[in-house]
Write a protein that binds this ligand. Structure first.
Ligand code: HPA
Ligand code: ZN
Length: 326
């Protein structure tokens, strides 16, 4: 079957990482910014491994300098995502990547993103919610201002706080201050863990940061006690198989543990992470899951139901999207 028009819910994308290479090239030309050799001969993003991916990602982000850049980016991303059948999407936004970390202007950047999201909802029928994100490899101190940005702008659009970036910097507990601050502000919590780190990183993220969702979490797949704990605590995994394959967190689609985790009873969802970087879309993710694991319509409906139940939006939005999935 063709999955393009199949309705979809995705919980794990990075707004800046959804920027098509042509969009970033256009901004770089317009603003005369030298972003170095971050593209391959075909014009796509080029990186060797995860650390290099993070450098290319940050170089691309240096072109996003004004609220208007984010308004245009958000609109372009939502048009493309909606064309792949996505009706509800959550995205990580990093104040550290808004105008090179212009935290004083965070509300202006956010207003531009919300403005574009509202326009896209009317035009393309997709609903977007935001999760403010600290960048882990910038260190525990640098994650605190992002948590304050999240707390100050919690509302209909900003519904959560999370942490992305290089996972192997410090231990999860080093970042507890930011997660505590966000929790006290009433935000939902998620954190990248078990993309590169093993079970201990996932276990400590749950224990020390009190998250209700884990970004990736595939490092838990071989630890039965941890799988039991994830199920007992009703934690949902935001799995991004295409991202894991391209970044070589797994050796290929056939060995991706998403099916194993799901079959063990873990609540899994599927997302694209940074679609143009990983040459993916939600349509392609569904197609590869069908081809690799033989998943069918019922399986994809179940993924959508798990995702909307775990979404960070308000209950009215959850019910509205839920009805569209029936
Ligand atoms: N992992 C961690 N941090 C990220 C990613 C990712 O896949 N994409 C953007 N920031
Ligand atoms: Zn991610």
């Amino acid at each position: 079957m063709s999955f393009k028009s199949f309705p979809k819910v995705e919980l794990h994308t990075h707004l800046e990482g959804c920027a098509p290479p042509a969009f970033i090239r256009g901004l770089a030309r317009e603003k005369k910014i030298d972003i170095g050799g971050i593209f391959d001969a075909d014009g796509g993003y080029a990186f060797r491994d995860f650390d290099h991916f993070l450098k290319v990602y940050e170089a691309a982000c240096t072109t996003l300098q004004t609220p208007e850049d984010f308004r245009r980016l958000t609109l372009a991303v939502l048009e493309e995502t909606a064309a792949n059948g996505v009706i509800y999407m959550e995205t990580f936004v990093s104040p550290d990547f808004c105008g090179g970390g212009d935290l004083a202007a965070w509300r202006d950047y956010l207003a531009a993103i919300v403005d574009a999201a509202d326009e896209a909802e009317t035009k393309f029928g997709i609903t977007l919610r935001g999760i403010v994100t600290g960048i882990r490899h910038f260190g525990p101190e640098a994650c605190k201002p992002a948590a304050r940005c999240a707390a100050e702008t919690k509302g209909r659009f900003i519904t959560g706080y999370g942490m992305a970036g290089g996972e192997m910097v410090g231990r999860p507990g080093d970042y507890a201050y930011s997660f505590d601050l966000a929790r006290e502000a009433g935000l939902n919590l998620t954190c990248h863990a078990g993309e590169w780190g093993g079970p201990s990183m996932v276990r400590e993220t749950i224990r020390d940061l009190g998250v209700s969702r884990i970004g990736h979490g595939i490092g838990a797949a071989d630890d039965h006690a941890l799988i039991d704990e994830i199920m007992e605590k009703d934690i949902v995994l935001e799995v991004c198989p295409g991202s894991n394959v391209v970044l070589k967190a797994v050796s290929g689609w056939p060995s991706h543990p998403i099916a194993k985790l799901r079959d063990a009873g873990v609540k899994v969802t599927v997302s694209t992470d940074d679609p143009p970087f990983f040459h993916t879309t939600m349509t392609k993710e569904f197609e590869m899951l069908q081809r690799t694991f033989g998943w069918e319509e019922d399986d994809f409906n179940a993924l959508n139901r798990t995702a909307i139940a775990a979404a960070f939006c308000d209950e009215d939005t959850r019910e509205r999207i839920g009805r569209q999935l029936e």
